[in-house]
Design a protein around this ligand. Structure first.
Ligand code: SF4
Ligand code: SF4
Length: 477
């Protein structure tokens, strides 16, 4: 509506006075959120996940496997070291499989219990939690932080803000350093950073550190609300049997303050409208407004409300994990859990299990040897001394084990075919080598045209490995 009309006063000439409304702003200024800290089951789970994920993230690059880093994505050498495995670009199928398994696991967990990933394990959530904890330790809880931010510049404010920023920057830089340590051997990276060598490495440490500092220190819930695509398509994965954090409006309304001792007013519900559930929410929403896309399912409002219910001697669970069907039908927890195994969840589980088993089996049976054959384009086919016809090939042999290996080379497919170059080749641990191989047949023994031959490459000693690769032997007219 662009205009509205004011009705004429009685007795006056009929005329309209246009009222032009204020133009609506499409931009909502960010309101800083000061989440109150809370104790409870979900808060403990969140911290457990912070510890588990961060112990793995910060610790893994420092662990060794034999003579090398246990997990290293060496992009320069195009080799990925994963515990006992050495993966080459040719093994990218496993990475694809891993991504599909991760996506399916996300679908499964979301169908069962909503945004578990967002609330408990997403790096944005985890780092925001760590940064909030630092803020809390230095500046105090919600009311102290509000007082500090709303007050003037004092010595206390100055030192607290400086200390907080200092610790945030240190954590961010260490996070950036650790992240780059997954791509460059971390001990070597440490030496380079201290000596201010390796410009690109230092750039990426600073870049990732800055991303952590900005996202966890300042953007926080804005990332979840406006930047993360997952929040947008989550509703497609929910159904009426998905467990989500829900406010029991039937029990809670009509909300209002009440005394612990006096009987509630007629029609009064259990919600005492204390707003604690809103104060603890890291995205600053009110769960009593219903399911909102901003809700990351962290459960902190459940902890907050349970604390309040304990204080006013009312049963816990005014805010709880429940399914829309369960809430509507007033089902018990076991009734709701029985609906978890619905067809959709069973399909996700079956596909996830099938894919995981297929991937693990394929990795366990993987041959630690790779061979690529390329024809020598300079000399397709030629007659050499001794009346032989020769074709030349280049074989790339990759030793995917962690020990030097000797391989035998043989060829088959045409009568009288022989290898006229070295039939044994040594390759260092986790290295690849190009080898020139000459195949010969007696001239005139085979019809002109293209003939299929096979190279057989086999490990001599060490881990057994054998690969047969097809090639074409050309016989000119
Ligand atoms: S509404 Fe509750 S579950 Fe949702 S984000 Fe806020 S505190 Fe977490
Ligand atoms: S914490 Fe519980 S009682 Fe307090 S406002 Fe929220 S829902 Fe109502």
């Amino acid at each position: 509506m662009s205009h509205s009309e004011r009705p004429p006063r009685s007795g006056t000439a009929r005329r309209t006075i246009p009222i032009v409304p204020e133009p609506a702003s499409l931009y909502e200024a960010q309101k800083k959120i000061y989440p109150r800290s809370i104790r409870g089951v979900f808060a403990r789970w969140r911290w457990l996940m912070v510890w588990v994920t961060q112990l793995v993230f910060y610790g893994l690059p420092w662990l060794e496997w034999g003579q090398r880093q246990m997990v290293l994505f060496d992009l320069g050498a195009r080799r990925f070291y994963l515990f006992g495995l050495v993966l080459y670009p040719q093994d990218f199928i496993y990475l694809t499989g891993l991504l599909i398994v991760s996506a399916l696991a996300l679908f499964l967990f979301t169908a069962v219990a909503g945004r578990l990933w967002c609330g408990f394990a997403c790096p944005q959530t985890v780092y925001t939690e760590i940064f909030l904890w630092i803020e809390h330790r230095i500046e105090g809880d919600r009311s102290a932080r509000l007082r500090l931010d709303n007050g003037g510049l004092t010595f206390e404010k100055l030192w607290k803000k400086t200390a907080k920023q200092g610790v945030w920057i240190a954590v961010s830089l260490w996070t950036g350093f650790t992240f780059v340590g997954y791509f460059v051997p971390i001990r070597q990276l440490g030496v380079e950073v201290i000596a201010l060598q390796g410009g690109w490495q230092i750039f990426w440490v600073l870049f990732y550190g800055l991303a952590t500092y900005g996202n966890a220190g300042f953007l926080r819930e804005q990332v979840c609300k406006y930047m993360c695509p997952y929040a947008r398509f989550q509703s497609a994965m929910f159904d009426k049997d998905t467990l989500i954090v829900t406010y029991d409006a039937q029990r809670g309304e009509t909300r209002g303050p009440r005394s612990k001792t006096a009987a509630p007013a007629p029609g009064q519900g259990d919600c005492i409208d204390c707003s604690l559930c809103v104060q603890v929410c890291p995205v600053g929403i009110d769960i009593r407004d219903g399911l909102l896309y901003e809700c990351i399912g962290c459960g902190l409002c459940v902890d907050a409300c349970n604390t309040v219910m304990d204080k006013v001697d009312l049963p816990r669970g005014l805010i709880r994990y429940a399914t829309p069907n369960g809430m509507e039908g007033r089902w018990s927890t076991s009734q709701m859990l029985r609906r978890v195994m619905r067809p959709r969840v069973l399909v996700y589980t079956a596909v996830l299990l099938g894919l995981s088993v297929a991937m693990l089996t394929s990795m366990a049976m993987r041959t630690p040897l790779k061979v690529d054959v390329v024809r020598d384009r300079a000399a397709l086919s030629r007659i050499v001394a001794g009346g032989k016809l020769e074709n030349i090939y280049r074989l790339q042999i990759m030793n995917a084990t962690e020990a030097p290996q000797r391989y035998s080379l043989a060829a088959r497919g045409i009568a009288g075919l022989e290898v006229a170059s070295d039939t044994e080749v040594d390759i260092d641990a986790a290295q690849a080598r190009w080898v020139v191989v000459r195949l010969r047949i007696p001239y005139g023994t085979v019809q002109p045209g293209s003939h299929v031959v096979h190279f057989d490459v086999e490990a001599l000693g060490g881990i057994p490995a054998r690969v047969a690769e097809k090639a074409i032997f050309l016989v000119p007219r």
